[in-house]
Design a protein around this ligand. Sequence first.
Ligand code: SF4
Length: 174
Amino acid sequence: MLKYVDYDIVFDEVPDEVALAVSLSLCPNHCEGCHSPYLRQDIGEELTLERLASIIRCYRSGITCLCLMGGDGDTHSLEQLARSLRTAFPTLRLAWYSGRQQLPESMDVTIWDYVKLGPYIPKLGPLTSPTTNQRLYRILSDSTLDDLTPRFWRDKTSNGKIEATVPLKTLLNP
Ligand code: SF4
């Protein structure tokens, strides 16, 4: 089951996108220094396709992307939800923020336009920190992934360049 706690319009979670970010609870991860411990709890409302579609329709004219924040506890339902959203909103880009180190092997990652991977580690910092362990990838049609993480450091080190393309298989659990 997927549950959500809240949602917001955000401009800084996915480069060049205006995103409707939905925060999911039931997080199974145990990141040291978790920035949102309440998201580990069984709280919120069930995130059904009908409920999510209703929220999206309220903001559709102003957003370019849906960003699901969490869902690691039920990636099968998450993938099914994303697949249904592709049909219902074919021009809406889809992003998944996961706390996992690697993608679930069974997931067809091409259902997403963007995937963020990596647990939160306080000493390394979030995506905006050049020392971060986390990565945000853009999923390409040939099953390679562009590492967009340096875009978050635009004002610090990289001048916003995309620095790496990696094969999908390197990010799958063995
Ligand atoms: S992925 Fe990590 S930081 Fe995010 S809610 Fe879960 S435990 Fe907390």
